[in-house]
Design a protein around this ligand. Structure first.
Ligand code: OSB
Ligand code: MG
Length: 359
């Protein structure tokens, strides 16, 4: 299914105008759990993409799960472990099982994931590359007025240092960070050193998507904390990055690390080492966003995440009620599972193809 975005979102990968949606439903008795695959339509952010994930789920992952007795959702990542990577496809299936299980237990997903989840999460906004500083300054102003607790500005070669300086001049005190989506190399060291004057909370994924070592060299030569996104796919990646001091902060995306169970493991490791964590976003609809809010309520998520209400991107969401933000916070829902109703009518209207695997 395809959903059109309200406004195009530009990063160093290019401009996104719509998203192909891939939703997994897990059924047991009369209950249904939902998971959203966060892969992009093209393999720009990582090697996974929606059509590939659809095939992976259909041919490989779901046949391993359907009909199986699963006592706890932590078992899903073990069952799927023999399959290498394909983390976003795995997470879509695993997320559906977590939601189903929490609904069965009659507990909110956030409580299934953490003993003492927060009641509300702090929300930041990710703002795409704009052609002019004036446009960007306007977008930041709107975000600040809406109450967002921090703004993240996408940077790309040609729209970086001067642009950040212009925004900082306009908003001297706004908690601000930059996300490069892997667009730079160590040759750009001077550029990042110049950013040290801008009081950024962090610079997210400045260097290659698969690098941990070069980030270490960069972090050793700048004072702004480096945050890793694309480079961390597993608990071992996180451990390597922490050991090498390649970053001071990790952005956890459930899909990128292969599901909620592994997201919790990465969170626990970071907590043990005093590494700050926040929840990233992948322009999800309400289903994926609800998973993000649930994990962001866990104690180890110490910084505002990219969990802006999905209404920012999508005119008509697939869940109800609409997620609202109050002065920069989203209340963690108290109903069972995701805590929202997934709109069957909306899914039906959007569905272009579907398959069912029976036990
Ligand atoms: O790098 O965090 C990223 C969206 C798609 C792919 C990668 C990223 C992003 C975002 C969007 O920054 C954050 C959001 O979903 O609100
Ligand atoms: Mg990022």
């Amino acid at each position: 299914m395809t959903m059109e975005m309200q406004t195009p979102f530009t990063t160093s990968f290019g401009t996104q105008t719509h998203r192909d949606l891939l939703i997994v439903e897990a059924r047991s008795g009369d209950r249904v759990g939902y998971g959203e695959c966060v892969a992009g339509g093209q393999p720009f952010y990582s090697e996974e993409f929606t059509t590939g994930c659809n095939l992976m789920l259909q041919e490989v992952l779901l046949p391993l799960l359907v009909g199986r007795e699963i006592g706890h959702p932590d078992e899903v990542s073990e069952i799927l472990r023999p399959i290498r990577r394909n983390n976003m496809a795995k997470a879509a299936a695993e997320g559906a099982v977590w939601d189903l299980w929490a609904r069965h237990q009659d507990v909110p997903l956030a409580s299934a994931l953490d003993d003492a989840p927060r009641e509300r999460v702090e929300v930041g906004l990710s703002i795409g590359v704009k052609e002019t500083d004036a446009e960007l300054i306007e977008a930041v102003g709107t975000a600040v007025d809406a109450g967002y607790r921090r703004v993240k500005l996408k940077i790309t070669p040609g729209r970086d240092l001067d642009m950040l300086r212009a925004v900082r001049r306009e908003f001297p005190d706004v908690p601000m960070m930059a996300d490069a989506n892997s667009a730079y190399t160590l040759d750009d060291l001077k550029l990042f050193q110049a950013m040290d004057d801008l009081d950024l909370m962090m610079i997210e994924q400045p260097l290659a998507h698969d690098d941990i070592v070069d980030h270490r060299h960069l972090q050793a030569q700048i004072s702004t904390p480096v945050c890793l996104d694309e480079s961390v796919h597993s608990i071992d990646d996180a451990r390597h990055a922490i050991e090498l001091e390649s970053c001071q902060i990790i952005n956890i995306k459930i899909g990128r690390v292969g599901g909620l169970t592994d997201a919790k493991r990465v969170e626990a490791l970071c907590r043990e080492h005093g590494v700050d964590v926040w929840c990233g976003g992948m322009l999800e609809t309400g289903v994926g966003r609800a998973h993000n809010v649930a994990i962001a309520a866990s104690a180890g998520f110490t910084l505002p995440g990219d969990t802006a209400p999905s209404a920012r991107y999508w005119a008509e969401d697939v869940i109800e009620p609409e997620v609202t933000m109050d002065r920069g916070y989203i209340t963690v829902p108290s109903g069972p599972g995701l805590g929202y109703t997934v709109r069957g009518d909306r899914l039906d209207a959007l569905t272009t193809s579907s398959f069912t695997i029976d036990q």
